[in-house]
Design a protein around this ligand. Structure first.
Ligand SMILES: NC(=O)c1ccc[n+]([C@@H]2O[C@H](COP(=O)([O-])OP(=O)(O)OC[C@H]3O[C@@H](n4cnc5c(N)ncnc54)[C@H](OP(=O)(O)O)[C@@H]3O)[C@@H](O)[C@H]2O)c1
Length: 337
């Protein structure tokens, strides 16, 4: 059993901790918290071992009546792999502890591209992560884009990808950020950081991305315009996307008019926290005009990197092949293949 520590128990860390426990080959060593809030109480009620990120947070948690097992160093010491789900760029401070204790670690997309020496999306480059000490699971938007571009590139050759991303303003648990009544260029300059991030996984795909924030917490929405080297048709593209791992097609005519309908589908499916792990593409939107593929895709920012983190853990341990890992992860999460 791979003993997994989750450092950071926010939007991403909470999901990874729960899903580690669904894996037949993993156990949860524990999680870290800073604040003694309802999320800490929820972890406590689930029976998770809780550690402070430092002495100060250990004391704060303990003073609030939460049983704390120790501090981050104690947790990391007993783990085989650490999933660092701390806030953006905190991983660059935490990495020295993992190095000091010679532990393997999975970082998240908020870290600099070079933190781990390899940016990871399971279906694109699982093999390259086998046995490594560190890997960085890329951000939600990059993960969704890499799955689709990698598949279209393998089948038709992608000569250019242009992507416009309408980004959710913030996550549902965060009432402190906007925009409320505005569309915010994110940034006004071109390209946004997403294209270069895709190139950290798929260096040979020319891509330009533009992004802006809209007042929603549900999902991101991507408009993709992709030039292919080989001639293709709408039917061939749809058939390819239907075969692509962790991609789901939905139909506008079937009632999927918006991202809200996709989150509603997750409720109907009984998915924990309404999570959608797949890149969701509107079948109706898929069009081929003059060798250019057009489509709309929605990304559930809170959930899409969950399966990638689980596969990244197995890749670092180095004892499980890509198909076996992805199949196990998919099965435990209810992802259809
Ligand atoms: N949210 C998304 O949509 C999303 C999607 C994909 C990737 N990511 C990436 O995933 C990472 C985590 O993001 P998130 O949205 O989960 O953040 P988050 O919700 O703010 O959670 C961060 C967690 O880390 C804890 N923490 C604070 N300082 C820490 C430290 N120094 N060491 C360890 N833990 C610390 C916080 O503790 P308290 O709860 O006690 O304050 C909190 O539990 C970031 O790199 C982000 O870019 C986020």
């Amino acid at each position: 059993m791979i003993n997994v520590a989750v450092n950071g128990y926010g939007v991403i860390g909470r999901r990874i901790a729960d899903v580690v426990l669904l894996q037949p080959d993993m156990k949860l060593a524990g999680i870290t918290k800073v604040r003694p809030d309802y999320k800490a109480n929820s972890a406590f009620r689930k029976g998770y071992k809780i550690y402070g990120t430092d002495e100060k947070s250990r004391k704060t948690l303990s003073d609030a009546g939460i049983a704390v097992k120790g501090v981050i160093k104690d947790l990391v010491s007993e783990a085989d792999v650490v999933v660092d789900a701390s806030p953006e760029e905190a991983g660059s401070q935490n990495i020295s502890l993992y190095k000091q204790l010679s532990k393997k670690a999975v970082f998240q997309g908020g870290e600099e591209q070079d933190i781990a020496g390899l940016s990871f999306v399971a279906q694109c480059n699982y093999e390259r992560a086998l046995g490594r000490q560190f890997v960085r699971v890329v951000s939600c938007n990059t993960t969704g884009l890499c799955r689709v571009l990698h598949s279209l590139d393998e089948n038709f050759g992608v000569s250019k990808a242009n992507v416009v991303i309408a980004r959710r303003a913030t996550d549902p648990d965060d009432s402190s950020k906007g925009p409320i009544d505005s569309i915010v260029l994110d940034p006004a300059t071109v390209p946004s950081h997403h294209g270069p991030d895709v190139n950290s996984v798929l260096p040979n795909i020319p891509i330009v991305t533009m992004a802006f924030k809209v007042p929603t917490t549900h999902m991101h929405l991507h408009s993709l315009m992709i030039s292919t080297r080989e001639h293709t048709t709408r039917d061939k593209v749809i058939e390819t996307l239907e075969r692509t791992n962790r991609v789901m097609l939905v139909d506008g005519k079937g009632g999927f008019k918006s991202t809200s309908n996709i989150i509603d589908l997750a409720r109907e499916m009984g998915r924990p926290r309404n999570d959608i792990y797949e890149s969701v593409i509107w079948r109706d939107s898929v069009s081929v005009i003059d060798n250019e593929v057009y489509l709309f895709m929605a990304i559930h920012q809170e959930a899409i990197v969950t399966p990638e983190n689980i596969d990244a853990i197995r890749a670092l341990v180095g004892e499980t092949g890509k198909s076996e890992s992805m199949d196990t992860t998919n099965k435990t999460l209810g992802i259809r293949t």
